[in-house]
Write a protein that binds this ligand. Structure first.
Ligand SMILES: NC(=O)c1ccc[n+]([C@@H]2O[C@H](COP(=O)([O-])OP(=O)(O)OC[C@H]3O[C@@H](n4cnc5c(N)ncnc54)[C@H](O)[C@@H]3O)[C@@H](O)[C@H]2O)c1
Length: 333
């Protein structure tokens, strides 16, 4: 039922591509002690593959995941040497979707700035973290029992979480509303909205008890605007935006800040998949989404991770219920 992997190599390239993993459990150590993590029971939704959509017809060959686009001007900017100053030193963070492109950049950013991070993902990370400050739980964030159990384990072994980053998300099959299926609706809303809510539900009591915390929910520019490609995804991300604002209102008096982050087109596999599924065709999709922007390129994962770092840190102590849009200016016009 379980397997273990100890990771040893360092990985400094935030854009290094992942290998697909099928591990139930990954352990690490911090502060001289081994920590984490019990595997959670396998269930129907615990797919080891990274993409659910479009569903692969049974019997057809497994397609190789698309290669990420080539490094860009943004990649060069983000790879410049930076001084790490411990902006979240001593904090315990839970990051969902930490094995994904933006999630992994977030995990590395938070640990580089002094946090200990629990990665909640249904797949193992592609690359070793290269630090004892990260541990991985393999779980399905749409399963309440798994989420409750994993959050309890983090609290017992790391201490109560100071930061929750709800980064896990799925795009869903591109299809207009009338062609989408009930299963597709449940899957997209399940991961993007229910998963965000479940993590909030089980993490917030720990934050209330201590009178502090920061929650960062991944929405999207597609949670601010409509579009013709993935309407269920837009709906789910719009809902995440307003769950964020409502939770900010309710939990502010408890010292808990809740903000959403809205990436534009990022240089990730999810973005590539979205472009390839567009009825416009990938080239025209990119042209409309990127080339007309004030900053006419895709964003780099670290350009999102820096936004998360700010919201997770005490630097944003007066910021709650807000939308941090990081999109190269897409929504500015
Ligand atoms: N990539 C973009 O251009 C872009 C733009 C706007 C918003 N976003 C949002 O940012 C977030 C991260 O995007 P990304 O590009 O890193 O995507 P990604 O596909 O690389 O990563 C998503 C991660 O979520 C995990 N996940 C999915 N369903 C899960 C489940 N049920 N339980 C546990 N883990 C699950 C996946 O295993 C994966 O590791 C998502 O919420 C996405 O909607 C991305």
């Amino acid at each position: 039922m379980t397997s273990m992997l100890h990771r040893d190599a360092s990985a400094t390239d935030f854009d290094a591509r992942r290998r697909l993993g099928e591990l139930d459990m990954v352990t690490g150590s911090a502060a001289g002690r081994t920590f984490l993590a019990e595997a959670t029971p396998a269930g129907p939704s615990r797919s080891p593959t990274r993409r659910r959509w479009p569903p692969r017809p049974s019997g057809s060959p497994r397609a190789a995941p698309p290669d990420p686009p080539q490094p860009s001007e943004g990649a060069r900017i983000m790879s410049a040497d930076r001084q790490h100053t411990g902006r979240v030193a001593g904090k315990v963070a839970i990051v969902t979707g930490g094995s994904g492109d933006l999630g992994a950049a977030t995990v590395r950013m938070l640990t580089a700035h002094g946090a200990r991070v629990a990665n909640f993902d249904r797949t193992a990370p592609a690359e070793p973290w290269g630090t004892d400050a990260v541990a991985d739980w393999t779980l399905d964030i749409t399963d309440a029992a798994q989420v409750e159990g994993a959050v309890r384990q983090v609290a017992e072994r790391f201490g109560a979480p100071d930061v929750l980053v709800n980064g896990a998300g799925i795009l869903g099959r591109p299809a207009p509303s009338h062609e989408a299926t009930e299963e597709e609706f449940d899957a997209v809303i399940g991961v993007n909205l229910k998963g965000t809510w479940l993590l909030t539900k089980y993490v917030v009591p720990h934050m209330i008890e201590r009178g502090r915390g920061s929650i960062v929910n991944f929405s999207s520019i597609h949670g601010l605007t409509g579009g013709g490609n993935v309407p269920l995804y837009h709906a789910s991300k719009g809902a995440v935006r307003l769950l964020t604002k409502s939770d900010a209102v309710v939990y502010g008096p408890h010292g808990i800040r809740v903000n959403s982050i809205h990436p534009g087109s990022m240089r990730t596999r999810m973005s590539r998949s979205s472009a390839e599924g567009s009825p416009l065709g990938a080239d025209e999709y990119y042209r409309q989404l990127v080339l007309g922007n004030p900053i006419a390129r895709q964003g780099e994962p670290d350009e999102i991770a820096y936004g998360v770092l700010y919201l997770a840190s005490d630097e944003s102590s007066f910021t709650t219920g807000t939308e941090l849009v990081i999109d190269g200016g897409y929504t500015a016009h």
